[in-house]
Design a binder for this molecule. Structure first.
Ligand SMILES: Nc1ncnc2c1ncn2[C@@H]1O[C@H](COP(=O)(O)OP(=O)(O)OP(=O)(O)O)[C@@H](O)[C@H]1O
Ligand SMILES: [Mg+2]
Length: 257
């Protein structure tokens, strides 16, 4: 079954780290066709997998060219604009060893971030059809997801850290999914870097949400090696297999796939 899994949560809680650990897990598990979409303008995913991405490899660069073509009236008249954009999105896919990466990148000028977000929203369905698993690193809001049905994302993973704001954002995202009637099959909560004495409190918070499809996925412990890899710009996928945090992460990821 095709899965589109999005990672959300407050800034800095560990969304990209969790995504990278999940990516490591699915890469080792089966031979799947995998797409990773990095919608962070600062190329967060590329950073944690130790990859340098230049601006011209990003979708933002293609969209800048497209805008110039529109302004200079250099677009083919016989082709619908959304078809041109779709082509640009497919041309922006970066082939990694065993998965594809789409870097959204940062577009210059006001209102451009919204524009590139709406491009992603419109092509997510078409794009993810070509892959078994699509992982999406999203900013805190849910602006990527289609408001028609929410069908385009199967699993939403909300990462929370042991802070009031981390929990507050987690709840706000769950509320938002109700308001915009986004229907995810599952909403999973990951507690990242929780000390033992606060784990039960998070579990209680999740229970109190009283929403059937919101479930506690589990905890990823704070880990020196993860900090070290991040600090040195090393590829998190190459974290040693016997690393305790990765072992624990693997255990909880089995609930999803
Ligand atoms: N379990 C962990 N153990 C040790 N360090 C961690 C862990 N999880 C995250 N970190 C560190 O915390 C920092 C923030 O993590 P990360 O970049 O994954 O967060 P984020 O939610 O993606 O942030 P942003 O909102 O800026 O995209 C990084 O330096 C990362 O290495
Ligand atoms: Mg990030």
């Amino acid at each position: 079954m095709k899965k589109v899994i999005a990672f959300a949560g407050k800034g800095g809680v560990g969304k990209t780290t969790s995504l990278a650990l999940f990516l490591k897990y699915i890469l080792e598990k089966d031979s799947n066709e995998i797409l990773v979409i990095d919608s962070d303008p600062d190329a967060n995913v590329a950073d944690v997998i130790g990859k340098e991405i230049s601006f011209n490899q990003t979708l933002a660069s293609k969209m800048t060219e497209l805008k110039e073509k529109i302004q200079n009236r250099k677009l083919p008249l016989d082709m619908p604009k959304n078809q041109i954009i779709e082509g640009d999105v497919f041309r922006s896919l970066i082939e990694m060893d065993n998965f594809d990466l789409l870097e959204m990148g940062r577009q210059e000028g006001s209102g451009c971030y919204c524009f590139i977000n709406s491009v992603l929203k419109n092509v997510l369905d078409t794009l993810s059809k070509n892959y078994d698993i699509t992982l999406l690193d999203s900013p805190a809001g849910l602006e990527h997801f289609s408001r028609k049905t929410g069908r385009d994302v199967s699993d939403l993973i909300i990462v929370a850290d042991p802070s009031k704001m981390g929990i507050h954002t987690m709840k706000r995202i769950v509320e938002l999914t109700k308001e915009v009637s986004l229907q995810f099959e599952n909403i999973w909560i990951i507690g990242n870097r929780f000390p033992d004495n606060l784990k039960e409190a998070l579990e209680k918070e999740v229970e109190s949400l009283e929403k059937d499809n919101v479930k506690m996925l589990g905890f990823i412990p704070n880990d020196e090696k993860i900090s070290e890899f991040n600090f040195l710009g090393q590829n998190l996928i190459e974290l040693p297999d016997d690393n305790t945090s990765y072992q624990e992460a693997k255990q909880i990821f089995q609930k999803i796939l």
